[in-house]
Structure formats: structure tokens, C-alpha cells
Ligand binder design. Sequence first.
Ligand code: GDP
Ligand code: MG
Length: 440
Amino acid sequence: LSDRLTETFRNLRTKGKLSPADVDGTVREIRRALLDADVALQVVKDFTAKVRERALGDEVNKALNPAQQVVQIVNEELVAILGGEQRRLQFAKNPPTVIMLAGLQGSGKTTFAGKLARQLEKDGHTPLLVAADLQRPNAVNQLQVVAERAGAAIYAPEPGNGVGDPVQVSRAGVEYARQKQHDIVIIDTAGRLGVDAELMKQASDIRKATNPDEVLFVIDAMIGQDAVNTAKAFQDGVDFTGVVLSKLDGDARGGAALSVASVTGRPIIFASTGENLEDLEPFHPDRMASRILDLGDILTLIEQAQQAFDEEEARKVAEKFATDQFTLEDFLAQMQQLKKMGSMKKMLGMLPGMGQMKQQLDDFDEREIDRTEAIIRSMTPAERRNTKLLNGSRRARIARGSGMTVTDVNQLVNRFEQAAKMMKTVARGGTPNIPGMGAV
Ligand code: GDP
Ligand code: MG
């Protein structure tokens, strides 16, 4: 997927303006990339049509950097389909909140039930797991194991009672939660290997009997083109309020996310990312968009645009250095520039293939910048422009004002003065050795 996209974007990157032919070429590649990621055909068609229309529109041709604009459009459209904002679980005004799970057998419902219970407990809730999968002999047992690992309470039919009625068990489970003051009920239901009318009816009956606040449709991210039919069948048969994308670990690109969100219009709420109880994340549409497109490539583009900007900035700064006009104000501005990149670090950590850039950012400590910022902010404008003013009592005042020690203030001023001196030499064509100044 990514290789082809990288090449397309590289081609775009070298051109000034976009011709319809350029756009068509790019759109063709995006289409192929999405199909490779197993996004459903109809979804891909709609998507590329929209991107094409926008890419040929005015917003791109007026832009300084058309290639980047196309990237932006693709990304925006992906995020929009994936639900825009992150959606959280909805809780009932009057507890217990009832959360019902539905999905094919093996999609990851029981595993997710345990993960969700664990997470809710961490947030101070008292979830109850209800074993309403009475289809397979050991399903109840499996939920019991999961509940124990999650440290969550469970409501299950008594063993030896024969095959219970899942609707009855679900209803009794909610009643039990009410009595025992569990504020959340998670109903684990049965699935079949394929879409099945009888099963769908059972799920629908459980829904009617328990009136859930959320019905979460759990779907295996690796399901491929079947995603559309399965999701539609569950939407028609049971209907659901949200989606859980499971098995989003490993190589899954998440094309299913786009398909399901696109054909059902329901938000994806969670990503289940492994077999362990901890492997559960809120679903972030923007991150998923990146993942589908492998934004490793796209970030490179943005990075280059950033560099162009930085060069311009750097030239201005160099001029200031050379003429002795570089002040603590400029220093602060530079620091803030770095800080922006710091928040990128977290984002980059989640993306594959970003090793090199992440390493550069690893060397840099955000808290350090916060401290520096606090100190500079406690100085008067005059002090920021001329560090010579900083006598002992001023330094003590600044330390108090910023919550730092006088030593901290001294260190910052020394570092700044040294840096300014060295940079002045550089700006005038010298080549000093600059310890610790690589980043600035
Ligand atoms: P259910 O039939 O819908 O209840 O599905 P299960 O919860 O029993 O899961 C089916 C299989 O998928 C089990 O072997 C799970 O360990 C595995 N599984 C579930 N969720 C994930 C996940 O997010 N990542 C991975 N790698 N495996 C998962
Ligand atoms: Mg199960």
C-alpha cells in the first residue's frame, strides 16, 4: 500500500500546480491503495469521487502547495467518514447502564467484554458481566475466566440447569445488577460463523428485553470485503449504536473501519488491539485515517513543508545572531517551536515506520522547555532584551516568580549567553563546536 502512495505523492510533490491528469493519477492510486486495504468497493468509489471533486476545485489551485492540499483533502475525507470526533460510551441517567454486545462468532465479543469491564473498573465503575451466550457449551465458562482475570463480577445461569434462555438470562442479569448496585451491565451474546436469521432474532429479542443504552457491534478488522454485508446484516437485524473494531493489532490496516463506518454511519468507539486485557483503546478517527493511508509518507511531506518554513525562520534568526539582536524573547519563540514538535512525538510513537524522526524528538524533554518558559515569562521585557540587567536581586525575583531556584535562573541565563555567543560566531562564518545546541 504505502510504496505506491509514496510514489504518487512524490510525483505530485515536484509539480507546481495540479492538472486534471495529475489528480486522476493520484485518485487512481488512492483507489488502488484503499482496495488493497480491503475497503469495500462501493465505499472506495464514493470516496475517490469526493476527493477528485475537491482536488480539482478552487481550494487546491489557489494553494501554495497543491500536493499537500490533496493529502489534506484525502485525510479530511477519511476522518469525516470515520466519524470525525472521537465518540465516548454513553451512560444511562439512571444506572445501570446496559451495554449489549453483538457480532459473529470469533469476532472478539467475549474478549472485549473482559477488556471493557477492566477499563470501566479502573474508571471507578462496578460492571457486571452477563453470560448470555448459551449457544456454545463452554461460552459461559470462557466468560467466567475472562471475568476473573478482569476482576469483574459475573452473572451466569446456574450450571446443570440445561440450556437456558439467553433472553431470560439477560433480563435477569440486568435485574440482578440493579439489586446489587452494579452501575454497568455488559451482556455477552452468542454469535454464529455467518449471518444467521435465528441468531439475529435472538440478539434482537435480547435488545428488546433489556433496552440497552449501547449496542456495540464487534467486528474483526481482518474480515475484508465481508465487512459491508456483515455490518449491514447486523444493522438491519439488531441495529447497533456503535462499533468495536477488534484484532486491530498486527498488520490489520483497518480497511474494515472505513467500510463499516461508511455503510452504517455508526461511530466506531473502541479498537481492540490484542489478546491481553489491557489491549483496548478508544477509537480515534484521525489516527485511523493515518493508519489507512500509512501517514508515514504523508508526514514526510508535511515535514518538508515544515523544513521550508524553518529555513526561512532560521535565516531570520541567523541575522539576529550576527547583529547581536538575538534576545531571550527569540529564544522563547524557538523553544515553543520545539514544543510543538514535542506533541508530535507522542503521535509519531503510534505510527509505524517513524523511527528516525521519533529518535530526533526523543532527545528532547518537554518539561525542560516548560521550565525555561516559566523563567523567561517571569522576566520583564527589558530583562529579556538585555541579560546584563540581571543582577542578584532581579534573579531572585525571577526565581520566585517562576517557582524555580536562583540556580535554575543562572543556568538558563548562562546557557543563553553562551548560545548567543556561539551562534554569533556561526552566523559570521565561524565553525565553533556547539555542545547541546543541536536542537536549537
Ligand atoms: P467471540 O466469539 O466474539 O466471543 O470472540 P472471542 O472473544 O472468544 O475471541 C475469538 C478469538 O479471537 C480468541 O482466540 C481471542 O483470543 C481472539 N481475540 C479477540 N480479540 C482480539 C484482539 O483484539 N486481538 C487478537 N490478536 N486476538 C483477539
Ligand atoms: Mg464469546
